[in-house]
Design a protein around this ligand. Structure first.
Ligand SMILES: [Zn+2]
Length: 257
């Protein structure tokens, strides 16, 4: 004859396990969301860094332009000086020497003007890129603000859900025999103490058995063990995965799981 208390206890323990698995997934989401928020915000920082780098490049280009203009101004002063000297020199050689200096200054100016043209084109290009980048940064900032606000809201809702679930769990727990729930907690705790176990805990301590198969490890339960388990007189464990078996009752009118 079926021992109803044990069958009911297995059913309760299985329900507790379902609650805990849901809690576990909530807990994981609660850990993931802040990481997602961080990633989104890091994306904006990257954009801002790109903008800072481009602004610096523009400033450097403009500085080079100013320095080339200063060179030309200095050459103008120097040229006037040579021209003044040309008016007072006594020999043709001295005059020609000054002329060559002036020609050198002219050549330098020509090169500086070419460079300035290139720099001006570069500045214009950078200003255009900077303006486009600014639009992009602002769009990204807006998008990130919306997305992170949604994530923060989700976080809040999940926290509220979790707290509610924990409260309900506590009330539910007292219906389960202490020995059984201690065994369950010990098993769960042991799984979490090692990395591979954390993954194993996702399938739980209580293994359902349908059609003579352990649903946790997919191994067929020996007929003798199955018969034993269906009496619900003592706890029966899967010989393969060592989980506590909660077997489908032999009589179909009993609700399962
Ligand atoms: Zn098993």
């Amino acid at each position: 004859m079926a021992n109803e208390p044990l069958q009911e206890q297995l059913s309760l323990l299985y329900q507790l396990q379902e609650r805990d698995l849901k809690l576990l997934s909530t807990h994981q989401k609660l850990q993931e969301i802040p990481r997602n928020i961080e990633q989104l915000e890091a994306g904006v920082v990257q954009y801002e860094e790109d903008m800072t780098a481009k602004s610096a490049e523009l400033a450097e280009t403009e500085k080079e332009q100013r320095s080339k203009n200063a060179e030309i101004e200095m050459n103008t002063v120097q040229r006037e000086k040579y021209q003044d000297e040309q008016r007072t020199v006594k020999t043709n050689e001295a005059y020609d020497a000054l002329e060559r200096q002036i020609e050198f200054l002219d050549k330098e100016d020509e090169e500086a003007e070419d460079t300035i043209l290139v720099l001006m084109e570069k500045s214009d290009q950078l200003k255009e890129e900077l303006a486009a980048l600014e639009v992009e940064v602002n769009r990204e900032k807006e998008k990130t603000a919306t997305e992170t606000a949604q994530l923060r809201q989700e976080l809040q809702n999940l926290e509220a859900d979790r707290n509610e679930e924990l409260k309900m769990r506590k009330a539910f727990l007292s219906d389960i025999e202490k020995g059984l729930r201690d065994e369950y907690h010990r098993w769960m705790k042991a799984q979490f103490e090692n990395q591979s176990g954390a993954a194993r805990s996702k399938t739980g301590f209580v293994a359902l058995s349908k059609n003579g198969i352990c649903t946790s490890c997919r191994i067929a339960i020996q007929p003798q063990t199955l018969k034993e388990a269906q009496k619900y007189q003592k706890q029966v464990y899967c010989s393969s995965c060592k989980r506590l078996l909660y077997v489908e009752p032999a009589t179909p009118d009993v609700p399962f799981p």
